[in-house]
Design a protein around this ligand. Structure first.
Ligand SMILES: *Cc1c(COP(=O)(O)O)cnc(C)c1O
Length: 410
């Protein structure tokens, strides 16, 4: 059967699965232990060490990690959380899972990350009764969920100072940010994403993320109480997990102490994860050199703006989003996208901002004038293929097609 990757000359993404991943999955299948067990424990331990966090809980998605982090921090129905409008569905929907109100925040025009000055404005508007999603002025704002868009981290000192000032918890949506690091200045030590995290950092191992387990996620925290709560809620709110019960050491008995969820990662998935983890930096370096190469090969094309390469960041390069200079093109982004597709190059758009989706606009009253930067920016976005194992002929072809489309539609 034809798959999208065989129709396209260059797919948007191709997972880099090696023989060690395959062998470990086979081992797992033969071992007699398929669900959360010894390989998941190993993955948690090695991941925590890799990011420099104390506790890591493996889950079946980043969405689950975000949900359980907000739950562990005590988010209650009717409370509000600051969330960027420029993000994937999960960042805000987990606030809704708990009955909370996502307060959408505009993005920084350069980095595409959440703009903290706009977060400040949104709090003022809320107190003035001017946020339709939260018409009650006394609505309590309890948390903030920054997203490290594309893998270039936010300034976490600024995020933490903002959170402290407003008495908010911080959950990092780090779905793009492994491996990634930042430092406040060139003389300061690097801080990995997940190291000294203010509360919980949530990673994704979805098929096209920087490392993959097919589907999977991880919650990392330095707070044992949060880690314990996340672990318990990931498995039905039981007082201890199945590995503890059936591996010989544990007791058969358990107590249901909460109405929990079913979010645990399987050992089959963790078997892929431990080998992806071992190659994570090698794969990041490959993406970084592809990004540098795109920069050199496309730097002189007037109709496009290349992604910002921020100082004092170790960039994961999960995404390579171009920004079209629409004033220099006779076509819009959608036509540009269609032309790329026509030429056999898989692209993507990250993202249609949340306030331009019916759930947030129709149901919660978000309008473009409340989020003007993201409203304009997203019409210019188109993400190019960028993945380890991308062949020279593939990257050359992408560049050739981008240049041709720009030249033909100047
Ligand atoms: C992919 C992604 C998620 C969700 O990850 P899953 O593991 O698929 O649940 C959350 N936030 C962002 C920014 C993402 O890109």
């Amino acid at each position: 059967m034809a798959t999208p990757t065989t129709i396209l000359k260059v797919p948007f993404f191709r997972p880099a699965i090696g023989e060690p991943e395959i062998a470990e999955v086979v081992n797992c299948l033969r071992s007699g232990w398929l669900t959360s067990g010894p390989t998941t424990k190993r993955f948690e331990t090695e991941f925590a060490a890799a990011v420099g966090g104390k506790y890591a809980v493996a889950l079946n998605s980043a969405t689950a990690a975000l949900h359980l982090a907000a739950d562990a921090l005590g988010l209650k129905a009717g409370q509000a959380v600051l969330v960027p409008t420029l993000t994937f569905a999960a960042t805000a929907e987990i606030v809704r899972y708990l009955g909370g109100i996502p307060i959408l925040v505009d993005c920084d025009p350069t980095t595409s990350n959440m703009d903290l000055a706009d977060a400040e404005r949104k709090l003022e508007l809320l107190r003035a009764g001017k946020i339709p999603a939260a018409p009650r002025r006394e609505t309590e704002v309890v948390g903030i969920i920054p997203v490290h868009v594309g893998g270039a981290m936010m300034d976490m000192n600024a995020v933490n100072a903002f959170a402290k000032k407003h008495n908010l918890w911080v959950v990092e949506d780090a779905a793009h940010a492994f491996p990634a690091a930042w430092r406040p200045s060139a003389n300061a030590p690097w801080q990995r994403c997940g190291q000294n995290t203010s509360a919980v950092a949530c990673y994704s191992f979805y098929a096209n993320k920087t490392i993959t387990t097919g589907e999977g996620g991880m919650a990392v925290t330095d707070d044992q109480q949060l880690a314990d709560r996340i672990r318990m809620m990931s498995l039905h709110g039981l007082s201890h997990d199945a590995w503890g019960r059936y591996s010989g050491g544990g007791s058969w008995d358990y107590r249901i102490v909460e109405a929990g969820y079913k979010y645990n990662l399987t050992d089959i998935a963790a078997a892929i994860g431990v080998h992806q983890l071992a190659r994570a930096e090698e794969m990041r370096l490959e993406r970084e050199s592809l990004a540098r190469w795109y920069g050199e090969a496309l730097g002189d094309v007037a109709a496009i703006e290349l992604p910002n390469v921020p100082e004092n960041r170790i960039h994961s390069w999960h995404l390579y989003p171009l920004r079209l200079r629409l004033e220099r093109l006779s076509i819009d982004r959608n036509a540009f996208f269609a032309a790329m597709r026509e030429a056999g190059v898989g692209c993507s758009v990250h993202w249609r901002p949340l306030h331009l989706h019916p759930y947030y606009s129709e149901r919660f009253g978000w309008t473009p004038d409340l989020l003007p930067v993201a409203t304009k920016l997203w019409e210019r976005f188109i993400s190019l293929p960028l993945f380890p194992g991308m062949r020279e002929d593939e990257r050359d072809y992408v560049v050739e097609v981008v240049r041709r489309i720009c030249a033909d539609n100047a």
